[in-house]
Write a protein of this length. Structure first.
Length: 193
């Protein structure tokens, strides 16, 4: 088991969904094989559980050798890391672990909440160069949404301020989607990149 999020308080970077809990440190940069054996995924970080998802548990952000990012729920990641065995009880979840291919298996899957969290992380790195991010600044990323679906997305900065509060620059997590707009999403083929 990675961590029991229902019984243990997670250490986070204040104001963000990013978990910085030392109990997860041994799994940072761990390599994970899943799906296409040519793709080598590396754990980049952990995020708070999603309140919208039935599985709960921390979410892991992974990146492959070509720069694609994806996310994995804790239950399935524990199986991929060998910390959980299909058919055995997942104690923190109260259900049994499942194996890849099972009808309840999720595996690598990226939704809008994951995309927002990744966008915020990229914004924070951009702020290292531009404390006030100029309007029109773009961020392009490669994303593995789910099995067989890879995309390239481009976001453009609308304006680095909060019109309601008059805050400028506005580095807050909860308003990141007000600052950026997705201007392009194209499907790409991993093999040809």
């Amino acid at each position: 088991m990675l961590i029991n999020t229902s019984k243990e308080r997670l250490e986070t970077i204040e104001g963000t969904p990013f978990v910085c809990d030392k109990r997860l440190a041994p799994h940072m940069c761990a390599r994970v094989l899943y799906g296409d054996p040519r793709r080598i995924w590396t754990i980049q970080g952990f995020l708070l559980p999603s309140s919208r998802r039935a599985l709960g548990g921390v979410r892991a952000k992974l990146q492959d050798q070509k720069g694609f990012v994806t996310f994995c729920n804790q239950r399935d990641l524990e199986v991929l890391l060998g910390l959980g065995t299909p058919g055995q009880m997942c104690w923190w979840l109260g259900k049994k672990y499942v194996e890849p291919g099972d009808k309840d298996w999720v595996g690598f899957y990226t939704d809008e909440e994951d995309l927002r969290d990744d966008l915020y992380e990229r914004e924070l790195f951009t702020r290292c160069d531009y404390p006030f991010i100029p309007e029109g600044t773009s961020i392009t990323r490669l994303v593995h949404l789910e099995d067989g679906i890879d995309v390239e997305e481009t976001y453009v900065m609308r304006g680095d301020w909060d019109q309601e509060l008059g805050l400028s620059p506005d580095p807050r997590y909860e308003t990141v989607q007000n600052r950026w707009v997705r201007v392009e999403r194209v499907r790409v083929t991993w093999e040809v990149l």
